[in-house]
Design a protein around this ligand. Structure first.
Ligand SMILES: [Zn+2]
Length: 271
């Protein structure tokens, strides 16, 4: 231990000597107390690291920077529904990459920036300032409510959670990732257009607003089909068993059977 102390002491004296000599010859001498500077030289920071260190986060936001992959996630913590006693989760995640490009997820869904007019002015490549502005903007925007009307969600569920367009592509889907509050009601799922921008200045994004007309038309068609099917079930010639008919449908079938029987009797009498 004593030997080590001596060595450290001599090293320090040598450092001081070099510092004084450098001072005498008016050449750049290391400032006092920084003799080990070469061991603490700052590592060149990546642009992303600089950005992360400069960002002042709004309330409820936190940042996770992974230097190994040069990727940062700026996350907002919140609740998935109005029952705030349930554990908080990450509701929004802004991912920033080493080239300062970014991607946004809200309630587990990626926000297609090209479809999101509310984010149209945000640059493709972020800076410290534009990141702070973007976080503030996200906080001000609403999450699109989609179309949570039970007749629409039931229709979508009947089709396996996805409504397909004529060309086979998905035109809308059921989203039950978080609950929707609308006009004092709380809904556990909603139907979103495939082009839903997720974030909007209004209650509902333009894509989901326009898609309501399609949903109404699909519901009307389904209602007509159902009525036709029920009507066929109550026909005298139907093979549907009475167990599968509701009380009023059974009455209707009996009535139709009676009419058919009378009709056949009349025919026989005419012979
Ligand atoms: Zn929408």
């Amino acid at each position: 231990m004593g030997k080590r102390k001596f060595k450290l002491g001599r090293s320090y004296k040598n450092f001081e000597r070099r510092r004084q000599i450098a001072g005498n010859f008016k050449i750049g001498r290391p400032p006092k107390g920084q003799r080990n500077k070469r061991h603490h030289e700052p590592v060149a920071q990546s642009l992303l690291e600089e950005l992360c260190k400069g960002v002042v986060l709004p309330e409820n936001w936190s940042i996770k920077f992974d230097s190994t992959v040069n990727h940062a996630d700026v996350c907002k913590i919140g609740h998935q529904n109005t029952i705030t006693s349930q554990p908080a989760v990450v509701t929004t995640c802004l991912s920033i990459y080493k080239d300062l490009s970014w991607r946004l997820h809200v309630h587990g869904k990626v926000v297609n920036i090209e479809d999101c007019t509310a984010l149209a002015d945000t640059p493709v490549s972020l800076s410290t300032t534009s990141t702070v502005e973007l976080l503030s903007l996200i906080d001000r925007l609403n999450v699109c409510v989609g179309n949570p009307d039970p007749r629409f969600t039931e229709l979508c569920e009947l089709q396996g959670g996805k409504i397909k367009a004529a060309d086979g592509t998905t035109s809308s889907f059921t989203d039950d990732f978080f609950s929707i509050s609308l006009d004092g009601e709380e809904y556990q799922s909603t139907v979103r257009s495939a082009k839903c921008s997720i974030l909007t200045n209004n209650i509902r994004c333009d894509a989901c607003k326009n898609y309501r007309a399609t949903l109404r038309a699909l519901c009307s068609r389904q209602l007509r089909t159902t009525e036709e099917m029920i009507s066929k079930r109550t026909e005298a010639s139907s093979h549907t068993t009475y167990q599968n008919l509701k009380a009023e449908q059974s009455k209707k079938r009996m009535s139709n059977l009676k009419k058919e029987l009378d009709h056949q009797r009349n025919k026989v009498n005419e012979l």
